[in-house]
Design a protein around this ligand. Structure first.
Ligand code: CDP
Length: 218
């Protein structure tokens, strides 16, 4: 069984999905982290596209959810490195490449066959898992999202001003929702969750309740 939460940057998908996974004791899949991992590979390839595609073909990318979503690339733990602002600045451009999307989609489809998952991303309900049992689409206004992300980065000691964070999120929203291949889009059958009007606990419980209803009626 797979449940998906899509939505723009900073809407609260990842923290909500992680909390739901903990409460229901199911697996969590952070698809954005996988796009970040591939972007990390791109930056390591010194931004040369031909070297990048070559290393992508032989890349061993794996992940595990154990309290947090951990990502390993060619035996290197890159869980923290993929949150670097340099990765954030390039990720939407790299994620727009069809070859990259195919690579990540195959990885995710193989993984979810063996367990119950909640996954978050941009195109999961529309393109990757169109038959997901539940599809949520999480939204919040731009300023709320930028404020959240700025606080998150500051708490980790990363130096970025509020206006830089706002500009980056705005740019990523633009690239993610206008790219040709599988843009950020609300699925017709998705349930909208507005995280600027709900408390964190309320949004987690809302999703947990919906999933429990399905599990008990199956
Ligand atoms: O956590 P945050 O909202 O900043 O973003 P993320 O979930 O880590 O995703 C990083 C980027 O990966 C997004 O801005 C998209 O460009 C890309 N992405 C995507 O294209 N498709 C997905 N299913 C997930 C992420």
């Amino acid at each position: 069984m797979i449940v998906v939460i899509d939505g723009p940057a900073g809407s609260g998908k990842s923290s909500t999905a992680r909390a739901v996974a903990h409460e229901l004791n199911i697996q969590y899949l952070d698809s954005g982290a996988l796009y970040r991992a591939v972007t990390y590979l791109f930056l390591k390839s010194e931004q040369s596209l031909s070297t990048f595609f070559e290393s992508l073909n032989s890349a061993r990318l794996s992940f595990e959810f154990d309290n947090e979503f951990q990502v390993t690339l060619n035996e290197e733990d890159i869980t923290s490195a993929i949150r670097d602002p340099k990765v954030s600045a390039h990720v939407s451009t790299i994620a727009a490449m069809p070859e990259v999307r195919e690579f990540i989609n195959t990885l995710m489809n193989n993984a979810v066959q063996y367990d119950v998952y909640i996954a978050d991303g941009r195109d999961l309900g529309t393109a990757v898992f169109p038959n997901a049992e539940y599809k949520f689409f999480m939204i919040a206004d731009l300023e709320t999202r930028a404020k959240r992300r700025h606080e998150e980065l500051s708490s980790k000691g990363l130096q970025m001003s509020y206006s830089e964070v706002l500009a980056e999120i705005k740019q990523r929203d633009q690239i993610d929702s206008t790219r040709e291949k599988d843009p950020l889009k609300q699925a017709d059958d998705a349930i909208v969750v507005d995280s600027s009007t709900l408390s964190f606990d309320e949004q987690v419980q809302y999703i947990v309740t919906r999933i429990k209803e399905t599990i008990t009626t199956e």
